[in-house]
Design a protein around this ligand. Structure first.
Ligand code: IMP
Length: 502
């Protein structure tokens, strides 16, 4: 471990300002570290998208904390932390995280929860899991946290909000309405599967199971009003609060997932169910996208990952890797013994991908699933940056320390059937400089890879831009020119001080 040095001085607005930290790829770019660093600057940290499907790791000294829903400023005494209206609010997860927080024995920031945020309930998690189970090959590969069914309910106008948990009669009426159609669906599903799922700890370990009606509505009402009482002091009109503070305070908007997983802009249908771009983030906290003065877009430095199903043109090992990562058998503990020859320099792309996954510790924070690994994809990045990104942050660069050669995808060659995309006619052999995100197109895009020499140097001790190896600086300049966006920070290790300001 390199010696500890002070936290870096970040290029942030001196007085007030609203900034956003988002992920310009498929999530998991290491937002936690930067949101935590930026939270030193912020008076207010707000989440506006995603839910317990996201997970960020924060280090306090040598201790590691994984939070899914509490904003990253929660460990800072003077920060107001907001779980905004756009967040999929899972009371069980928040209750657990508040208990964890107490265990840190550190003074925590103030918490405010949007009274109108949609609430994830056991029926959402159940539905998410039953559907994925039934979908077989057609599954999305969700995190199984009920996110899709939750937002569906919101659009279907049968959602339950945080405020309903404070009012038992309201909750009963809304829950009855919410469940009516779902219970019909569950009647057709496999009873053994439903019973098993409802006995998982995530679903109350059987507390909500009813042998005849499947779900015990009264115990749901009791449990969720207990949560309501526990959270009562935090519940607020956070949209109005933030609008009132905008322009007066330093506000940090903390993104979740990544632009390419956005339901509006991502690789539909292999996406999450909220808009994880900067636009969705602003809306999710009651602000206008134009209220954001700077958007820091995170990408992994020169490789990429994706969890779950969906197209991934630069994936090392292609469909073999996708199957390997999706079969449920592989995990952090057993992968190296299954592929002992794994190395970031192996000539076989699949084995090379395993090597990079092991080097980068690329296993899901929420599900433990192995993340699919591929090279940096510029057509996707050019596309993603259209939805926000005033500057780039490159993370996990030290993962490539041992790589002899690094490849970057500069454009695609379309290899699929003739198809019209609006006015664009795609024919086999056509070159694409910017990605068209529809899954049925991306699946047929072959990456054109440009090779660069690796740096073969330990980056973790670097603290100044001038100390970065020449090969890396050239690669960063190439990237900046290719996407027309400046890189402002790079991360050379997981610790806050392992950061270089460019
Ligand atoms: P859901 O958000 O659980 O519905 O999952 C939909 C898709 O988004 C799946 O491919 C998930 O693997 C992916 N996903 C959701 N949250 C995250 C995240 O925080 N990191 C990476 N992928 C995610």
């Amino acid at each position: 471990m390199p010696p500890t040095s002070p936290r870096p001085r970040l290029p942030l607005p001196a007085r007030t300002g609203t900034i956003a930290v988002i992920d310009a790829q498929f999530g998991d770019t290491g937002k936690g570290k930067f949101v935590d660093l930026f939270a030193d600057w912020a008076d207010i940290v707000a989440r506006g998208t995603g839910g317990a499907n996201a997970g960020h790791t924060i280090y306090v000294g040598d201790k590691e904390f994984v939070f899914h829903l509490l904003p990253s400023g929660i460990l800072k005494k003077h920060t107001v932390n907001i779980i905004g209206r756009g967040v999929a609010f899972d009371p069980a997860v928040v209750a657990h995280e508040l208990t964890l927080l107490k265990k840190t024995r550190r003074a925590s920031g103030k918490l405010r929860i949007a009274y109108n945020a949609p609430v994830v309930m056991p029926q959402h998690i159940l539905l998410d899991r039953v559907r994925e189970h039934l979908a077989g090959q057609g599954k999305i590969g969700t995190t199984g946290r009920g996110i899709g069914p939750l937002y569906e309910d919101q659009v279907r106008r049968v959602g339950i909000t945080v405020n309903d948990l404070l009012n038992k009669d309201l909750l009963r009426a809304k829950l009855t309405r919410n469940l009516s159609e779902k219970l019909l669906y569950f009647k057709l599903a496999d009873k053994t599967l439903l019973r098993e799922l409802l006995h998982m700890p995530l679903l109350g370990s059987g507390a909500f199971f009813h042998p005849r009606t499947l779900l015990n509505v009264e115990s749901l009402i009791d449990a969720y009003t207990v949560y309501g009482n526990a959270f009562r002091e935090f519940v607020d009109d956070t949209d109005s609060y933030l609008r009132g503070q905008h322009g007066k305070k330093k506000i940090l908007l903390e993104g979740a997932q990544g632009v390419m997983l956005s339901v509006d802009y991502g690789t539909y249908p292999y996406v999450t169910a909220s808009d994880s771009s900067a636009i969705g983030l602003a809306r999710g906290v009651g602000l206008h996208p134009k209220d954001i003065s700077a958007t820091y877009a995170l990408i992994k430095g020169f490789y990429m990952t994706r969890v779950g199903e969906g197209p991934f043109p630069t994936e090392l090992g292609g469909s073999m890797s996708a199957r390997w990562c999706g079969d449920g058998e592989v995990n952090k503990e057993n992968e190296f013994s299954r592929v002992p020859e794994a190395s970031p320099n192996h000539h076989d792309p699949f084995i090379q991908g395993v090597g990079l996954r092991i080097a980068g510790g690329e296993y899901g924070a929420t599900t433990g699933r192995p993340r699919r690994v591929g090279w940096l994809d510029l057509p996707l990045l050019r596309y993603a940056l259209q939805f926000g990104g005033t500057s780039l942050i490159l993370t996990k660069l030290d993962v490539l320390d041992d790589c002899e050669e690094i490849k970057v995808c500069t454009e695609y060659i379309y290899r699929g059937p003739r198809v019209a995309v609006g006015q664009i006619k795609l024919t086999p052999g056509k070159k694409l400089f910017t990605a068209i995100p529809a899954a049925e197109i991306l699946t047929h895009c072959e990456p054109v890879l440009k090779k660069f020499p690796g740096w073969r140097q330990r980056l973790r001790a670097c603290r100044r831009a001038g100390a970065l190896p020449r090969e890396l600086r050239q690669l960063i300049q190439f990237l900046e020119r290719q996407v027309g966006t400046h890189a402002s920070l790079v991360s050379v290790g997981p610790r806050p001080e392992e950061t270089v300001v460019l």
